[in-house]
Design a protein around this ligand. Sequence first.
Ligand SMILES: Nc1ncnc2c1ncn2[C@@H]1O[C@H](COP(=O)(O)OP(=O)(O)O)[C@@H](O)[C@H]1O
Ligand SMILES: [Mg+2]
Length: 491
Amino acid sequence: MQAIITTNEVKALEYVFVFAAIWCIGGGFTQMADGKDYRKEFSKWWTDKFKAIKFPGKTVFDYYIDIENSKVDEWIKLANMDIVNTIDTTKSIQSYTIPTVDTIATQYLMRQFMSVGHSPLLVGQAGCGKTQIIKGLLRDLVDKTDDYLSQTINMNYYTDATTLRTNLMAQLEKQGGTRYGPVGKYTLIYFIDDLNMPRLDPFNTQSAIALLRQVKDYNHWYDLSKGIQLLQVQRTLMVCAMNPFAGSFTVNPRLQRHFWMLAVGMPMDASLSQIYGAYLGKHFGKFKASIHEQVQFIIKATLNLHSEVTRTFRKTAQNFHYEFNVRHLTNVFQGLLNAKPEAISEPDKLVKLWVHEAERIYGDRLVSHAHLAKYREIAADITNKAFTKINLKKYFGATPEILVFANFVGSLDDKLYDIFPNGELMAQRLTEGLNAYNELNAVMDLVLFEDAMKHVCKISRIISADQGHALLVGVGGSGKQSLATLAASIC
Ligand SMILES: Nc1ncnc2c1ncn2[C@@H]1O[C@H](COP(=O)(O)OP(=O)(O)O)[C@@H](O)[C@H]1O
Ligand SMILES: [Mg+2]
């Protein structure tokens, strides 16, 4: 309330109170894995109990208050679509935070809390967009106002008070006596990601967390480099994110009580369509109309495929990496943004590219032939339903044709992401690549059978992407090293 009521002339006090109460009490609720939506339940309870202010239709979390006009209104009205218009699709998807109902609400509330020096803590599962939302907000605050600087600190298993203290000091300077602060009149925002990661030491404490608690309680810490010297710290703020399913499930309550906690759920399909629609719409706007038209179908088909894959391939003790989240969706779309008008000339080629990218993201993570066959069944089904006019049966049959995109189809230095029309051309290009490698290095005597060639293409696709890191898993002698070497020398 303190943040929202900025003048003495108090308007709509009841609205402000209800809004603040809903988000401070109910902000920690979310939809659970068992399907139960605690936000909905809270909303029902609230609207039953407090009838003075009516919320039209949806849940109480879907509205903000318009103080000037004393009414509640939908979050989407606060959207600032500037970002969407400035998207540059050659940059990675992570470079922009697209406004959706979830991000608008979260960012608005965080901004209010931070304006009065209070720290928000976002809690949610892996890949639900916590980091993305905070980075977007910080970019906005740092670029568009003259009040803030920011620093990102990623906690990990080994972070302890000493390393954290060094990190916290990085942008502070001495400002007289024992006082330290960021340069000029700025406020420094520490974004501490994965807050709950540090391991427990032999005394069952997380010393990094204990240090943060000290900073929050007293705004000071001790410099241990020259004896024990007290440093007063001024004009700093914290924004944190944590995933309770990785690292410790809770953080010390003496730290947590300093935060306003908000649960971040998985984005709804509508939000996801909006996010990826913004990128694809922009990118394929430059293509033929018949290709551009496919975008909406591709997004729908990807979301279907994603939920089908998530439902079919569950995380187990053996397959602990079967965890598919928004990050994988992002990767599929990132792959589609490699499309260039010179290569993708017809709608069916775009759909082929989509099938290929989805198989790289989902199919390549599966561990057995049975799982892969199951995946291909799902993909074939969804492709047939989503793109009725385009026939891709030859890629999904019992003896499928190869469907491989790579950026060395025309020639080795071509760098145009295109499809190999047949296996012979793929073999020819890779043999050229191998010969070129062998001329300059110790000779590698590889037999390029079909699976090996496909693997080289897969690896080169990953490592030529921005921030692309590959982890090859296989028994000894399956060719991981030599295929990776060849892929690296080609791209
Ligand atoms: N509003 C958004 N705009 C753009 N991308 C988003 C948005 N929300 C989520 N994403 C995508 O979701 C993916 C996962 O988000 P991330 O912030 O890394 O998750 P977390 O930190 O919660 O584990 C990112 O790759 C990002 O591209
Ligand atoms: Mg994160």
